[in-house]
Design a protein around this ligand. Structure first.
Ligand SMILES: [Zn+2]
Length: 248
């Protein structure tokens, strides 16, 4: 059946949990459980629409139970809580592996030597696919890592950063120049610290590129907003402007 963009398809029956069960699931996800009741209701509604509109599939033996699908949808919708699902129009499917996966491509370095790509916990493709490792999702929910991480939020941030340059489409009220200034400054400062062997406010993986810096900063923004506000206040302020709310 074809749905017009403004028609909301119904959830398949096996995903159609009761309101109480949905809320219980949400409350079991640390990154979502601290929301106020109005935001929880908004998130549940968005996740319902996400599940109805996006394709989610388990590969290489990964069985996607309804509970797992809801847990992924709820975390995927957290960054767009006040932006709406329309900003993820290009995202068509979420592919889930049980563990880390080896991407089906290789990397060629500057002198033309081809290297295999190591195991990944997540990937975001411009063609509208997000790839996740469920083990990594569960690890993030334990919150025991050195840095605030959430692979789902990371990959959704890449989907929002359509140009891949570390800057999503900003509302007209925000300045692209000041976004560039604040993110570049934070990047350069962190790079200097990392080169000197000092601790860094974000996972050093953020220094791979401007796009990775944005995605890693988004993880910290939702997982540990108070921490991000303290260590990178200017970046925190830009993310409050873009996401249109303060999870802190
Ligand atoms: Zn990334």
């Amino acid at each position: 059946m074809i749905f017009l963009p403004w028609q909301r398809p119904a959830l398949p029956p096996h995903l159609d949990y009761s309101a109480a069960d949905r809320l219980e699931l949400l409350n079991g996800i640390p990154v979502c459980s601290g929301l106020g009741m109005a935001d929880k209701e908004r998130l549940l509604d968005l996740a319902d629409e996400f599940l109805a509109r996006k394709n989610m599939e388990g590969v290489q033996g990964m069985v996607l139970t309804p509970r797992i699908q809801w847990m992924i949808a709820l975390q995927a919708c957290l960054p767009i809580l006040h932006l709406g699902l329309k900003v993820l129009n290009d995202l068509k499917s979420v592919v889930v592996y049980q563990g880390d996966f080896i991407p089906p491509w290789q990397k060629t370095d500057e002198i033309g030597v081809v290297h295999p790509v190591g195991p990944h916990q997540g990937e975001s493709w411009q063609l509208g696919t997000v790839v996740l490792s469920w083990d990594a999702v569960e690890e993030d929910m334990k919150g025991e890592g050195e840095y605030p991480t959430n692979v789902i939020i990371h990959e959704i941030a890449h989907q929002l950063d359509k140009g891949g340059g570390g800057m999503p489409e900003l509302p007209w009220t925000m300045s692209r120049a000041s976004w560039m200034r604040d993110f570049s400054m934070a990047f350069i400062t962190m790079e200097k610290r990392h080169k000197k062997g000092k601790t860094t406010p974000l996972d050093p993986y953020a220094l791979e590129s401007a796009a990775e810096f944005f995605a890693v900063a988004c993880e910290a923004f939702f997982v540990a907003p108070g921490y991000l506000q303290e260590v990178l206040p200017a970046v925190y302020g830009q993310l409050v402007g873009y996401f249109r709310w303060e999870p802190n």
